[in-house]
Design a protein. Structure first.
Length: 144
């Protein structure tokens, strides 16, 4: 039996793609989670009801942590302009960046500090942990 190539219309593709719900960058988040545990970093929570749904939140220190995927958040080092369907992808990824800036602003307005790591930064575990701990210490030493 010969397979025929099925071409979708724009409307069909949109309907199909909108049915796929994002589940976060699970693999990257789990990698960060293992990093926190292996370095005995305590006090974090996941899935806190905060603007932008931070990957990790340190409630006492009021630090929200995001681990951004290089593709989805337009990492200047690794994200490349898509050749196919670029009229869709360029605005989509740009909207993600604008949303990230808006979320940072909203969290800061609520008294939270925001720390963002790129997915590729997780390669250097010691740098990530050092940067995170420095931020946590800086906030815990402040008096209200």
């Amino acid at each position: 039996m010969r397979k025929t190539k099925r071409t979708l219309t724009a409307a069909q593709r949109h309907r199909m793609m909108s049915g796929i719900k994002a589940s976060g960058n699970e693999r990257t988040e789990l990698r960060f989670l293992r990093l926190l545990r292996s370095h005995s970093v305590k006090g974090w929570r996941r899935h806190e009801p905060l603007p932008g749904k931070p990957d990790f939140a340190f409630r006492v220190e009021r630090v929200a942590v995001f681990v951004d995927g290089c593709f989805w958040h337009k990492c200047p080092t690794h994200c490349r302009q898509q050749r196919s369907n670029s009229r869709y992808w360029f605005p989509k990824l740009e909207r993600n960046r604008v949303r990230d800036r808006r979320v940072n602003h909203e969290l800061r307005e609520k008294g939270w500090k925001v720390v963002r790591f790129w997915e590729h930064e997780l390669e250097s575990e010691s740098r990530v942990v050092t940067r995170l701990l420095r931020r946590l210490r800086r906030t815990e030493n402040r008096t209200p």
